[in-house]
Write a protein that binds this ligand. Structure first.
Ligand code: UDP
Length: 240
């Protein structure tokens, strides 16, 4: 709880790639279970958590386009992939005893509610995790942009951007450059002018224009979601 005892509300962006574990494709139930356990712990502690999950473990529209497919159609495939991740997370949250609702931007009544922001807020107030699927429902967007937009619409205090295999933002790719330097803090302008790999530019400008802080952190490190929610100094904080 924060000073005025209002529950804290966060939008957690989970990398789709992380869902695949080492496999690269599909869903590794052990990884999803681990994330569900960590989310359950912070919800039990009183935080309100909404989630957006990427779809990189299934399809990325831009990659399919490079292999000859129509961009918009392949983007829809990407969005549908995110929904499978949402259902996997919902399943493991349920096993942890945490109520959740999946809301999708593309209507699919048998498996999820439609995206209704006010209803999403009501779910959060009741202690349910809300998982937003199918991105924005529009081609040419990303789940990073979705995460920023949903965070703003539900009045989350920050966007917690969980990354796969990297513990923050670096001045160059740490996987390729042993001398890469990690930033503890950055402002939006630096991210944009240096083209740092935080999120796509649409997402960054949306956060900048609306003063939404972004914490970039390593998703799979034990206890990191709780650290991010508590505001401990991990990862890289992007704000103004
Ligand atoms: N996508 C889209 N519109 C959206 C969100 C996602 O078209 O609003 C598609 C796009 O093709 C994207 C794919 O879904 O490549 C998977 O999402 P993303 O690449 O953001 O997943 P991540 O890289 O975070 O796992």
């Amino acid at each position: 709880m924060n000073q005025d005892d209002k529950p804290r509300r966060f939008l957690l962006k989970l990398s789709g790639e992380a869902f695949a574990g080492g496999g690269g494709l599909g869903v590794d139930p052990d990884v999803v279970h681990k994330m569900a356990r960590e989310i359950a712990a912070v919800v039990r502690d009183g935080a309100q958590i909404a989630v957006v999950i990427g779809g990189g473990n299934f399809f990325r529209g831009a990659e399919l386009q490079q292999r000859g497919m129509d961009r918009a159609r392949s983007d829809y495939m990407g969005m549908l992939g995110t929904v499978m991740n949402c259902l996997a997370l919902q399943d493991f949250l349920e096993k942890e005893g945490i109520d959740s609702r999946v809301q999708t931007a593309i209507t699919m009544g048998q498996v999820a509610e439609p995206y209704i922001p006010l209803r999403a807020v009501r779910h959060l107030e009741k202690g349910r995790v809300v998982i937003f699927g199918a991105g924005m429902g529009m081609p040419y967007f990303s789940t990073d942009t979705t995460a920023a937009q949903r965070a703003l619409e539900i009045h989350a205090e920050a966007l917690l951007m969980g990354k796969n295999g990297v513990d923050g933002v670096y001045d160059s790719d740490p996987a390729r450059n042993a001398d890469a330097v990690k930033y503890d803090a950055l402002d939006y302008a630096e991210v944009i002018t240096r083209d740092l790999k935080v999120a796509d530019s649409t997402a960054i400008t949306l956060c900048r224009d609306n003063q939404l802080p972004i914490l970039v952190f390593e998703l799979l490190a034990e206890g990191n979601i709780a650290r991010a929610v508590k505001g401990e100094k991990i990862g890289t904080l992007v704000n103004s």
